[in-house]
Design a binder for this molecule. Structure first.
Ligand code: FAD
Length: 488
């Protein structure tokens, strides 16, 4: 009896039906492509499974743009819980509020990861052009033949799929990326953070009420570690503790009920009465790890491509990982539109027998990578910077003064002075440009803070001169509008 495994042939295989893979499938279907999506996990619409990392996420401008491109923004909008600013909780329970944007029109949104993922999968499936194959774990790729081997986790049998294009959206631990790493000239670095995270919960109050301010992202900054909480629709909050794995205050020291309660009562005392199941949840929930992945190239000869976390996993402290992945989808759409303008629409890309069609795909993927790589590196750096900011600086009086001055400048000079945070969160200008502008903004604020102890006394005339000289020329080069109006 033959032991050979039948090889199925498909046009486009998307590997990973997480947030980016399912959004990409939706976009491709809208463009007229037929897509086969292979996902390791069972169908989360039918089986109750953990959504994976982080129960809810902060979605902002770039993420919403990706949803709009794929035609699913209207489906997702009713699921969003707006967060207008950060609420800092001191050790003794004192609260300090910092709005996120220059006014109430700029805010972030909390969204359920599982809820969003289910909408994306359902809408993609409804197009009739996307088939999802759940319980299919990619284990290996033959890049010569463009064949992916999947293990069907429900039967434990291997399934081979020959795809003309393979798109790996299988997250930070990507099997598709690992297969590329075996090819010559491939570079990949993985930098794990020495911190872990643990998810906890503040349940809803009576009648589904919110027990703390619902319109804020709550932060308990404590120098070497912190806790944050994002609101959910049902009145609950998902709380995330970020803590070193090792050291005096670390996960390795929280081994029993006594040590957990002592730690939380000392560090985050005001949150303890809000979490009646704190100890049980602490020991039930896994401790997650975080890392930055940088790799190059993201494609193999126009036949395989990485997107989302598979290409550029970042630490979560700017709330941008998914937003960046959704921006990949918008840029992929731009590249497809450019090809269509040159006469290569879906029919030509799929059916053409022209020999140069492979070169067209190669150039298309290359253009996408060129647009994204420097920007993905920039947000990876900024996410690490923001880790330091959220962890250490939000409790530092000079930092708080600088933030106040920054807010005043944003209000006084809208569209002219735009902070790095706003450029990343409330605009679509390239991340690299936001990073460069952030360095310039820091210099301007540093100069204005000299001998200043009250933000209201900032010298606006000097500020305007500095902005005109240093920031305006940089922002004038932006390919996207910088004026930030409307959140999102
Ligand atoms: C604690 C935390 C908080 C975060 N908060 C935010 C936030 O507020 N805002 C934000 O924008 N981002 C946030 N992120 C980042 C965000 O979660 C990721 O950037 C986003 O999930 C990336 O989407 P993705 O589809 O590329 O990968 P994933 O969401 O990881 O999806 C990958 C999919 O591929 C599947 N898969 C994996 N391996 C295989 C395989 N071998 N074969 C087949 N399928 C496979 C997985 O099951 C999964 O469904 C956070 C991350 C963490 C860890």
């Amino acid at each position: 009896m033959s032991t050979e495994i039948e090889v199925k042939e498909v046009e486009i295989a998307v590997v990973g039906a997480g947030l980016v893979g399912s959004l990409l499938a939706m976009l491709l279907a809208r463009k007229g492509f037929r897509v086969e999506v292979f996902e390791r996990r069972p169908d989360m619409r039918k089986e109750k499974i953990a959504a994976g990392r982080s129960i809810n996420l902060n979605i902002s401008c770039r993420g919403l743009k990706g949803l709009e491109r794929a035609g699913v923004l209207d489906d997702v909008m009713p699921e969003l819980v707006p967060m207008k600013g950060r609420m800092m909780h001191s050790r003794d329970g004192e609260l300090t509020y910092q709005p996120y944007g220059k006014d109430d029109s700029e805010y972030g949104n909390s969204v359920s990861r599982a809820g969003l993922n289910k909408i994306l999968v359902a809408r993609a499936e409804e197009t009739g052009r996307v088939n999802f194959h759940f319980n299919h774990r990619a284990s290996d790729v033959d890049h010569e033949e463009n064949i992916v081997t999947f293990i069907d986790e429900s039967t434990d049998k291997a399934v081979k799929v020959k795809a003309r294009r393979i798109i790996g959206t299988d997250g930070g631990g990507s099997a598709i990326r690992k297969s590329m790493m075996e090819l010559n000239g491939y570079q990949c670095s993985t930098a794990p953070l020495e911190y872990g995270y643990k998810e906890l919960a503040i349940p809803p109050g009576p009648g589904g009420s919110f027990l703390i301010d619902k319109e804020a992202l709550h932060i308990w900054p404590r120098g070497e570690f912190m806790q944050i909480a994002l609101p959910n629709f049902d009145g609950s909050f998902t709380v995330t503790l970020f803590l070193p794995f090792k050291g005096e205050k670390s996960f390795e020291k929280l081994t029993d009920e006594k040590s957990v309660l002592e730690f939380f009562n000392t560090e985050f005392g005001d949150s303890v009465p809000l979490m009646p199941d704190l100890v049980e949840t602490f020991f039930e929930n896994p401790t997650g790890h975080m890392e930055t992945v940088r790799c190059h190239p993201w494609q193999v000869g126009g036949k395989a491509l990485l997107m989302g976390d598979a290409a550029h996993a970042i630490v979560p402290f700017f709330g941008q990982g998914m937003n960046c992945g959704f921006e990949d989808v918008s840029v992929f759409d731009d590249c497809l539109n450019q090809l269509a303008d040159k006469g290569y629409g879906v029919d030509e890309l799929v059916k053409s027998k022209e020999s140069k069609i492979e070169l067209i795909w190669y150039k298309f993927f290359e253009r996408f990578v060129q647009e994204r790589k420097a920007n993905a590196d920039a947000i990876a750096d900024m996410a690490l910077d923001n880790f330091i900011e959220m962890r250490d600086k939000v409790a530092d009086p000079r930092f708080l003064l600088a933030k106040k001055v920054e807010k005043l400048l944003e209000k006084r000079f809208p569209g002219k002075y735009v902070s790095r945070y706003s450029l990343v969160t409330f605009t679509n200008i390239p991340y690299k440009m936001a990073q460069d502008a952030g360095v310039v903004c820091e210099g301007i604020i540093d100069d204005l803070l000299e001998n200043l102890d009250d933000a209201e006394k900032v010298d606006f005339a000097r500020a305007e001169k500095l902005i005109d000289e240093r920031l305006a020329p940089l922002l004038a080069r932006s390919p996207e509008p910088v004026l930030t109006s409307g959140s999102n």
